[in-house]
Design a binder for this molecule. Structure first.
Ligand SMILES: [Zn+2]
Length: 146
């Protein structure tokens, strides 16, 4: 199960049975205590990053969490804490980075995105590619205003 797509499908809804809080599809006997810890950790990071960041928890042989940033219903970025306490950031599931703070991880992932845009822009320029004309024109207009 990908951590990028929240699973709403049947069988992935956790069920509480005493100390156990686990979905039938997982079957890993995940605990309610671990769930509560995931909720707390995710809420703490979401609060740190700002109101647009939303916590998301799921169980898959243990409780996991991440905070997600959506605009217009599209997931733009997600951040989670990995083993060893490092933070991982993902932008669009493509540009990823990790660092000792969530802010640094996000910044590093954004730098990856920025580097990719620069390469794509150069490629479009070199090929005089028609689909890139909007981007090229916009950039030329933008550069004249500075
Ligand atoms: Zn489970």
């Amino acid at each position: 199960m990908s951590k990028k797509e929240p699973h709403h499908s049947r069988g992935w809804t956790p069920v509480r049975r005493g100390k156990i809080y686990c979905s039938p599809m997982c079957g890993g006997k995940c605990t309610y205590r671990d769930y509560q810890r995931a909720v707390k950790d995710a809420a703490k990071l979401a609060k740190r990053l700002g109101p647009k960041w939303k916590p998301h928890m799921w169980d898959n042989l243990g409780w996991h969490w991440q905070v997600m940033y959506f605009t217009h219903g599209v997931l733009r970025a997600s951040i989670w804490r990995g083993y060893g306490g490092h933070y991982h950031a993902s932008i669009g599931g493509v540009y990823t980075a990790h660092a000792t703070t969530p802010e640094a991880a996000l910044y590093a992932a954004l730098k990856e995105l920025d580097a990719s845009i620069a390469v794509q822009y150069e490629t479009c320029s070199a090929l005089h590619a028609l689909p890139c004309m909007k981007l090229l024109v916009r950039n030329e207009v933008g550069s004249k205003t500075h």
